[in-house]
Design a protein around this ligand. Structure first.
Ligand SMILES: *[C@@H]1O[C@H](CO)[C@@H](O)[C@H](O)[C@H]1NC(C)=O
Length: 157
């Protein structure tokens, strides 16, 4: 396997690991043209509304009374940001952003309005140019590539 492939997959594997943090101020990494999961997990189950905003206060997605409200999305994010309604019940308000561009770089905020206050999760997204074709977008593909890379290193170095 090519060294660039291995690098690409190591970076992705590290990123997948960081998505397990459930604390504030997360760091995510994605590649141009690919998609990235921005994690927003509520520590309480009494969320009412959720507001996703970018560094310019543009609307990525609003979730109102348990339903995504695509009508309020900024044109910049229309059609490329989706959430997982089946996960709301678990306090998982993560979104998937597709077709990443360099301009998507920067800080994002997920504000969760609960009955008692607001919880805000900040994510710093860095978008990189990558050898995207060789890296699958699903966890299984990435892990598989990662294991294959490791194996090929063991056998051929
Ligand atoms: C939240 O939901 C997404 C989409 O189903 C999933 O990939 C992610 O692992 C979930 N996060 C947690 C902490 O459950």
């Amino acid at each position: 396997m090519l060294v660039s492939e291995i690098c690409c997959c190591v970076v992705l594997a590290v990123w997948l690991d960081t998505t397990h943090w459930s604390f504030q101020d997360l760091v995510s990494e994605g590649f141009i043209g690919q998609s990235v999961l921005l994690s927003c997990i509520s520590s309480t189950s009494s969320a009412v509304d959720v507001f996703w905003r970018d560094k310019d206060d543009k609307v990525l997605l609003d979730i109102k009374e348990g339903k995504p409200d695509p009508g309020s999305q900024d044109p910049k994010f229309k059609g490329r940001v989706s959430s997982f309604p089946e996960e709301y019940q678990k306090g998982n308000f993560s979104i998937n952003m597709e077709k990443l561009e360099l301009g998507d770089d920067g800080n994002y905020e997920c504000s969760i309005l609960t009955g008692t206050g607001t919880e805000t999760i900040r994510i710093m997204l860095s978008v990189k140019e990558g050898n995207s074709a060789s890296c699958g977008s699903t966890r299984t593909n990435v892990l598989l590539l990662f294991v294959l890379s490791a194996l090929s290193l063991m056998f051929y170095v």
